[in-house]
Design a protein around this ligand. Sequence first.
Ligand code: AMP
Ligand code: MN
Ligand code: MN
Ligand code: MN
Length: 276
Amino acid sequence: MRVYDLHTHSTASDGVLAPSALIRRAKNRSVDTLALTDHDTVGGIAEARPAAAAESIRLVAGVEISVSWQEHLIHVIGLGIDETDNGLLRGLDSLRHRRDDRAEQMAVRLKKASIPSALEGARRYQTTDILSRTHFARYLVEIGRVDSVDEAFKQFLNAGTPGHVPMQWATLAEAIIWITDAGGHAVVAHPGRYKIDETLLYRFLEAFVESGGIGIEVVCSNLKPDQINRFAGIARKYGLKASAGSDFHSPRSNRELGRLAPLPENVVPVWQDRDW
Ligand code: AMP
Ligand code: MN
Ligand code: MN
Ligand code: MN
């Protein structure tokens, strides 16, 4: 049986391993099909491709797009995209500019919360052209304002805290069009992690399917069997294919590469009828 991990990050966004180091870790952890899905960029794929070929790992070119849907931040994964597609690249470029504007506004807000030089501090952790709240979180840990990245989000970066800036990311329809026009499959990322109730989740999934989305992550890091069964049921209800991804960002976290339960048998895998 093949081992799939279809949701991972590298230094091209807010992960800590360079794409080639990520591929080596995948090899060591017996993952044989890996999707690189950095936030709002495909910038890591050029390095990942030859590294994957050298290690005989199947690389699925991917992306994780930030979407605003009814005031909620939702992540939509694109799998099997052509990373040179112009429409996709233009769309992602606009999101990166919005990230830069947000970062400046975040720094102003954090200064009012007596945190100096947050923009400069976050930029020291930035590795490419993506500036993430994760980079701010690492700076807040560095200066000792919080003990962990998780605390940084809870106290300063999540919605409703002093550093948060409300954002308008891609619309759901835009994100799905960018992905599908680039030959990819649109998949809902980590459906259990949104602060929306069941009714709203169902309304979102109706809109997602209506816009051309075809999959949902049924297996994610640390999901319990009953949660996996719940998302398998939801996949069947909406006619969505099932994906599996760890959302790996860094070693020594609780989202390890390839550490995933098997997909339940009663769902259609997103990789069925694909060459990956
Ligand atoms: P951004 O896309 O810049 O708004 O940042 C979102 C990213 O922050 C997510 O993809 C996660 O990697 C990270 N993140 C969000 N909440 C937490 C948390 N509580 N602990 C650690 N990382 C988090
Ligand atoms: Mn992230
Ligand atoms: Mn995500
Ligand atoms: Mn992710």
